[in-house]
Structures are given as C-alpha cells and as structure tokens.
Design a protein around this ligand. Structure first.
Ligand code: DHE
Length: 523
C-alpha cells in the first residue's frame, strides 16, 4: 500500500474536480473519470500513479503541452505502448481526459526513506544459501531471458540452450536486468518500483525493496557495492546497498532553481567510479560518484539547492556533478571510454557532450528519432563508428565517433528498436519493430554496411532483440508474442539451430557480454 501525505482539498480544487469529472458538451455530460477507468487505468493505474504506462500527473506532464497530449491520445505515441484512441473516442472525450490528467491529485503520494525501508523483504536468509552454484554450467555464458508475457524470467544455459530455471518476476520489468561483478547475482527493476535481487548460484531471490512508485531502470556499481534506481515518481534517484537492498540515500532530482525532474535512466560508468543519470525535465545530465572520496567538482548540488532549507548538506557520499546541456536529453549513448555522450531530445536535436569539459561540444542533426540506448559500436575502416536504429524511420544511422559525421544511412524495411553485434562477429542484427514488416530481422555486414540477409522467423509476429553467446558463435532472437519463442541462430551461417517456446521474451542478457561491456551490446 502506498502511504499518502494528505493535503486538505480546497473549495477551488473541489469545484474544478467537479467540472472536469463531468464536462458538459452539447447537453450530454462527459464522465472523464469513467472514460479514464475504461481506457487508461489498466496501463496507467486507477490512481494515475503509473503501471505499465507512466504516471499521469501534472508534475510529470510539464514538458507536454495540453495540445500535444490531445494528439498523443488521438494518434498514439511512437516507441511506446500507447495506442491511438482517435477511432474510439470523440474529440470532446479526449479533451476531457486531457483535462483530467492535468488535474493535481487530491493526495500526494510520498515515497521516501521511511516508505522504502518499510517495503524491504528478505525472502531467503544468506546463511541458508550455498557459496557455490547448485548446478553445472559455464557460469559466464548464462543468459537471463525476461518473459514479459506472463512476468517470468528464464535462466538459460548458453552452451546447451536448455532452461535451468524459470521463475516469476515482479509485474512489468523494464530495462535490462543488471549483473553484480562476478555474475552470481542479477538485479531486476519493475515499472512499479520493485527491485529484486536473484541469487543465480542458489536459484532464489534473496532481497527485494520498492525503491520508487514509477520506476525506469537500475544500475549496479562496477565494484558491486551499490544499486541505483531512476524514478519517474517521485522525482528521485534511490541508492541501495547491493548486498541486502536496504536504502542508503534518496537523491532529489532538482536543479539549482528548485525545478524537479523525472529521471529517465541511470547507467554505470565503471572507469569513472560513477553513475550517469538522464534527466527528463531539466537540461542537465548528472554524474553521481560512488567513490569513497568523490573527485573535485562533485558535491555542489546540495549547496546549490537544499530542499530542507538550512545551511546545505555537507554529505559527500554519492555527491553529484551536473553537466548542463543545450537541450533535454531524452535518450543517450555513452562512448566506450565514458568521456563523451551523444544525446537527442524527442524533437530531434542531437548534441555531443564532453563529460570532462562539462558542456556540449557539437550539435548533430539526427532525424528519424534514433534509439540511442540500443546503439552499438565497432571499427570501420580504422575509425570507431556507432550505429543506431531509428524509431520513426526505416534507417540505421552509422556515425563516425571522431568527427560525429554520419557515415551512412542504411535503409531498412521499417523503424527498428534494438540492434546488436559481438566482437567476434562480422554482422550486426537490427529488428524492424514497427509497422507491417515487424516480423523481419535484418543482418548487416559491418565491413560493407550493406544488408546481407533478411530473416522472417515467424511470419506475422514481431521479431526483436538479439543477444550473442559469450564467444559470439550464436545469436538469440525473440519472438515478441504471448505464444512466442526464443530462436537460436548460428551467427556465421545465419541458419536456425533451435527454437524454444516462450511467453513474449522481451530481452536476453548474457553474463560475459554484460560484465565485459561488449561493444556489441547495451550496458
Ligand atoms: Fe525501453 C531499455 C526507455 C519503451 C523494452 N528502455 C530501455 C532503456 C531506456 C528505455 C532508457 C535503457 C535502460 C536499461 O536497460 O537499463 N523504453 C524507454 C522509453 O523511454 C520508452 C520509449 C517509453 C516507455 O514506455 O518507457 C520505452 N521499452 C519500451 C517498450 O515499450 C518496450 C519495447 C517493452 C517494455 O518492456 O515495456 C521496452 N527497454 C525495453 C527493453 C530494454 C529497454 C527490453 C532492455 C534492452 C537491453 O537489451 O538492454
């Protein structure tokens, strides 16, 4: 149960609520609350706090004008699961829904240290667990496969492609699960804020905690000591002890003027002993140090803005360094040595930000809405290049990472979502996630930048998201359907080797490739 801090509703608020919950149009009253219950509550939660879809509250809709919100409900939103309602609802009904979701909630949910602490669970005590794996397998060639269809995960043997264990997860996981340093533990984040730690050696959950109400993803520090969680609601980052998932610190996402922000995502930058957080509502990227002694330049934020008032918190642990950006960064990609990021706003403006100079160093035009969080890199004609699928156009954009110029736009059969390769493979695989060709998967030769094969593994069903085995010999593909499958391909011959039925296997994560930060996969 959420704990609520109750604000007494004012008369003005009640009057507005009355008006908006029963808008009168042409004599007939539109019951916005009933419309919300029928069309929105399943994904966005009856209380608008977010579930599969994001929280719908005025403080989370600051960047979306009401006019654009009408368009989103009418036409749907690219790259999200938000469908179009234009053929189901009249324009007055859509307007009434927009007015409703921009109304403040009567009570403001609170999710701070106290509530996080109270949610903490220890399903299996450490003294009951073995220090050695209770099964035989090449431990760094295991995969965790997330099955969104019925909220389960499968631990898969990467040599034999047999399931070691299938176990339930929290509702609607999002973002890749992350491994602790030696691959014994894997951490999951659900969209409703639950963080779960699973012990692969013992095939059991060992700790859980609810770190937020509406959560995006998590990152694990390279030293394995900390887990950090990015939240849309509240506007915070939550730092947990990776050992038992007890909360250590809640960091408010707020700029020096007091403007709060949703946190889009958080990533680990191992060589810098820090995390990077993408802010959704302020033009900043945050570097959060997890070193015992943060380097110079960190910690300023508490002095800039102290939500408690007072003198400013001197606490050094998880000190923040802000990097101001020229635009919002809705999606970004960090180079392999974590010195630069390339980011884009949803409106298409791209910028390269130097993390040490702490400013944008180059503007890049990237139409087509690149999906940078799934970009990959390799060497092409002696230059490091990155390649990204695009969500709005059937293109893979290949960019030189020294000049930041576009080397080639590879035409595909439709917009894509995920792209993957491996150091030992000459091929990069990209899906055609959206549109009539969603059942296709392209294979691109990294040496020529040409599509060399297009697969159609299960006609009519979306094929998406590849991950390679440790040595790059096999590529695992998902069929995104409740009656879906995991399909294993020989990565050289591109022939199918095995097919395992699975329930909407959204993503799969190889221990070795993740821990070594392979240039062909997400980090
Ligand atoms: Fe994701 C990763 C953002 C919608 C499936 N997604 C990520 C990451 C970000 C992100 C920032 C990287 C974090 C990480 O892995 O730690 N995703 C967003 C959005 O902003 C967006 C467009 C809107 C939203 O609703 O949040 C969005 N994502 C989706 C989906 O609709 C998908 C297809 C289905 C789902 O799970 O809800 C989806 N996203 C994924 C997956 C990953 C992911 C499977 C991990 C990819 C990987 O291989 O690492």
């Amino acid at each position: 149960m959420l704990q609520m801090a109750t604000n007494k509703p004012t008369w003005a608020f009640l009057l507005l609520a009355l008006i908006f919950s029963g808008t009168v149009v042409g004599g007939a009253a539109i019951d916005a609350k009933a419309l919300y219950k029928t069309h929105c509550s399943e994904c966005h939660n009856p209380d608008r706090l977010g579930k599969m879809g994001p929280a719908l509250l005025p403080q989370n809709l600051k960047r979306l004008r009401k006019k654009s919100a009408v368009k989103v409900i009418t036409k749907g939103r690219a790259a999200t699961q938000m469908p179009a309602f234009g053929d189901k609802l009249k324009s007055e009904e859509i307007q009434a829904l927009v007015d409703l979701v921009y109304m403040p909630l009567e009570t403001i949910p609170e999710w701070g240290m106290e509530q996080i602490h109270a949610s903490h669970l220890v399903p299996n005590k450490p003294e009951t667990l073995s220090d050695k794996p209770i099964f035989k397998a090449t431990m760094d060639n295991l995969f965790v496969v997330v099955e969104l269809g019925d909220h389960h995960a499968t631990l898969l043997n990467g040599d034999t492609f047999e399931s070691i264990k299938r176990f339930p997860t929290r509702f609607a996981l999002h973002g890749g699960p992350k491994y602790g340093p030696n691959g014994r533990y894997v951490y999951f984040a659900s969209r409703d804020g639950w963080i779960s730690k699973f012990d692969i050696y013992n095939l059991k959950y060992v700790a859980e905690v609810r770190a937020g109400i509406n959560t995006r993803n998590l990152a694990v520090s390279a030293d394995g000591r900390y887990v950090i969680v990015a939240n849309y609601l509240p506007h915070t980052l939550t730092v947990l002890d990776a050992n038992d998932l007890k909360p250590i610190k809640v960091i408010s996402a707020v700029d020096d003027k007091g403007q709060t922000s949703r946190v889009s995502a958080v990533y680990t930058a191992a060589p810098r002993e820090s995390f990077f957080a993408a802010m959704k509502d302020i033009k900043e990227v945050w570097e959060i140090s997890y070193a015992d002694q943060p380097p110079m330049g960190f910690s300023g934020w508490m002095h800039d803005y102290n939500p408690e008032g007072g003198e400013g918190n001197q606490e050094q642990q998880f000190a923040v360094r802000r990097v101001k950006t020229d635009d919002y960064l809705d999606d970004f990609f960090m180079n392999q040595d974590y010195t630069q990021i390339i980011g884009t706003s949803r409106s298409g403006g791209g910028q390269v930000v130097d993390l040490d100079l702490r400013r944008a160093v180059k503007a890049v035009t990237l139409p087509g809405m690149p999906h940078l969080s799934s970009a990959i890199t390799w060497e092409y004609k002696g230059h490091p290049v990155m390649a990204t699928p695009n969500i709005k156009e059937g293109l893979v954009t290949v960019i030189d990472m020294q000049s930041w110029k576009v080397v080639k736009e590879i035409k595909t059969d439709g917009p894509g979502f995920f792209m993957r390769s491996h150091e030992n493979s000459p091929y990069a695989w990209v899906d055609v996630f959206f549109g009539p060709n969603k059942d296709l998967m392209h294979v691109i030769d990294k040496r020529t930048l040409e599509i060399v094969k297009t697969l159609k593994p299960m006609p009519g069903k979306t094929s998406a998201h590849i991950e390679f085995t440790k040595d790059g010999s096999y590529a695992l593909l998902s069929i995104w359907d409740k009656e879906g499958a995991l399909i294993i391909y020989d990565a050289k011959t591109l022939e199918e080797v095995k097919r395992l039925p699975m329930s909407k296997p959204s993503g799969k994560y190889n221990v070795h490739n993740k821990l070594t930060r392979s240039s062909g996969t997400s980090h």
